[in-house]
Ligand binder design. Structure first.
Ligand code: AKG
Length: 266
């Protein structure tokens, strides 16, 4: 049955989050675990907010193609369009592996990185479970309904773990108070965070700098846009006076002058 986009949007608006279960096929899950597991193995431990028993792979969609289908999941993109308007971009694409011994992260809300009023959604986060997420292994903690309130940080006791089987995705508002949970098991918990952002705000990560341009040229147009190669409004996002797509098509290299011409129709 096709996803009912309006119903998902209503659920997100009411609760601040929702889960789409069993979204990734077994082969895709296996590939993602293997490729991202390899990258995680090379990553160092975090500090402070990032967690001293947590390893992260930043700029994930500049480093592997195994989450492309997830990032382009039609239900996720439809919800992003409904919440953020057309042409959203990635703010952050990151694998997070919470290891045994990690304590719960401080509660935070994703769009708190902007000095803006907390009166509307600027971000939508997709947290993809590559392992089963359980209350014991660090399932993401959310405070239901907290995207609406203007009060300060809720108490961690108000947060509930979002348990979901591997291959599921938790979607939540950029205003929802949440945190990575504590892992009291003997095994790590692997997830992938993909933050979608209004197209006219500066993203958390500079994807166009971390991306391999040769790879970007071969990507679907929507993925190029999500990585920031886009002009969401007519006078935003130029590269040396060109639409980034024209610049890419011209065989541009970082710092170079780019190719000539503008795509047809622009
Ligand atoms: O790993 C999680 O479940 C959530 C992590 C998170 O919210 C963060 O690192 O900002």
């Amino acid at each position: 049955m096709p996803d009912d986009g309006a119903a998902l949007h209503a659920e997100l608006s009411a609760n601040g989050y929702l889960v789409l279960p069993a979204r990734l096929s077994e082969p895709l899950l296996g590939r993602a675990r293997a490729e991202i597991g390899g990258l995680i193995a090379e990553a160092g431990w975090g500090t402070g907010f990032d967690g001293s028993r947590t390893r992260r792979v930043w700029a994930l969609l500049s480093r592997t193609r195994c989450m492309d289908a997830a990032a382009l999941d039609p239900a996720v993109l439809d919800l992003a369009d409904r919440v953020l308007g057309a042409g959203s971009q990635f703010s952050l694409t990151q694998a997070t592996e919470i290891s045994p011994g990690q304590t719960a992260q401080p509660l935070h809300y994703e769009q708190g990185i902007y000095p803006l009023p907390r009166d509307r959604d600027l971000m939508l986060t997709a947290m993809w479970a590559l392992d089963d997420f359980t209350a014991a292994n660090g399932a993401t903690l959310v405070v239901p309904g907290s995207h609406r309130g203007q009060d300060g940080k809720p108490d961690l006791a108000a947060a509930v773990p979002v348990q979901m089987p591997a291959g599921s995705v938790l979607l939540f508002s950029g205003r929802l108070w949440h945190a990575g949970g504590a892992n009291v098991t003997g095994r790590p918990r692997l997830g992938v965070l993909i933050d979608y952002l209004k197209p006219w705000l500066r993203p958390c990560e500079a994807h166009s700098l971390s991306a391999d341009l040769g790879q970007v040229r071969a990507l679907p147009a929507r993925l190029q846009e999500l990585l920031g190669f886009n002009q969401p409004t007519p006078y935003l996002g130029f590269v040396a006076g060109q639409h980034p797509r024209a610049w890419l098509a011209g065989g541009a290299e970082p710092g170079g002058p780019g190719g000539a011409g503008t795509p047809a129709g622009e």
